[in-house]
Design a protein around this ligand. Structure first.
Ligand SMILES: Nc1ncnc2c1ncn2[C@@H]1O[C@H](COP(=O)(O)OP(=O)(O)OP(=O)(O)O)[C@@H](O)[C@H]1O
Ligand SMILES: C=C(C)CCOP(=O)(O)O
Length: 245
């Protein structure tokens, strides 16, 4: 069983305060990840939250607007590796065999923005009993310098390439909400939800919920979007929150 799990940056950080961790939430997420049985091949991806988005926004960098300035690139990538260090540390404290995989070092986009993410190292790490931990990052982008890649995009690529059985996005909301703030149970087409989908309420250069749903609709496997309270339920095999088919 292969599971790809994204821990939303908005969950594990305080998204409104630059470079501030939500230690309690990260602790809860780490405890949930530690409960996954060792037969499961688990890949964790985390987003940026208040690490990465603020830096990217300050430098005018997004998934389509790039930079050729190495110090800007280092500021954005550095914020993400700092957060990655905190995530790894919390996972290791819970005896999760977590190791980092930094997309900036391995992935790239072509001129049309199409992402290539090699997965040989991830497959090998999984086979050797590790839990690879990737994160939203910068990637080399032909003709644009370096642009942002969101954790959601990485999840979609990984899920396809690794033929994941289950895909989960743990966010700060309990699922995709309708205009009465109720969790929508299932989404089959973008048109079903286009009118209620918005961007993130905080600084977010990668498109918030709308981009998430688009990325998940493109997948073969069905995927769940849920809140931290439902992370245990998802990892235990349930389908909490919103299922994107
Ligand atoms: N219809 C909707 N239902 C739920 N959330 C929505 C909706 N429309 C917009 N949003 C926004 O999308 C946000 C979730 O997307 P966001 O990208 O911030 O989450 P994340 O993946 O957890 O964080 P990050 O991108 O930092 O990793 C919610 O906090 C909310 O502000
Ligand atoms: C802003 C950067 C560098 C990464 C964003 O990743 P996301 O939070 O998954 O959208």
């Amino acid at each position: 069983m292969t599971v790809v799990l994204k821990l939303g940056g908005s969950v594990i950080t305080d998204k409104d305060r630059p470079e501030t961790l939500d230690g309690d939430a990260l602790e809860r997420a780490a405890a949930a990840v530690a409960s996954v049985d060792s037969d499961t091949d688990l890949v964790v991806v985390h987003g940026g939250g208040s690490f990465g988005h603020h830096n990217a926004s300050e430098h005018g960098v997004s998934t389509t607007e790039g930079t050729h300035d190495a110090s800007a690139a280092l500021a954005i990538h550095g914020a993400m590796t700092t957060l990655n260090g905190f995530v790894l540390q919390r996972l290791l404290e819970r005896d999760v065999n977590a190791v980092p995989v930094h997309p900036f070092s391995v992935a790239h986009r072509d001129r049309d923005g199409r992402l290539s993410l090699p997965t040989g190292q991830i497959r090998t790490l999984l086979a050797e009993g590790f839990v690879p931990v990737l994160h939203g990052d910068l990637v080399a982008h032909e003709g644009a310098g370096a642009t942002v890649v969101s954790g959601d995009e990485l999840v979609a690529d990984l899920a396809t390439d690794l033929e994941a059985d289950r895909v989960g996005l743990c966010s700060t909301v309990p699922g995709v909400l309708d205009d009465a703030e109720r969790v929508i149970d299932r989404i089959a087409t973008y048109e079903d939800v286009a009118s209620v989908l918005g961007e993130s309420e905080s600084t977010d250069v990668t498109g918030g919920m709308a981009a998430k749903v688009r990325a998940l609709l493109a997948l073969e496997a069905s995927a769940s979007i849920f809140g931290l309270a439902d992370l245990d339920a998802f990892l235990a095999g349930g389908e909490p929150g919103t299922t994107v088919e």
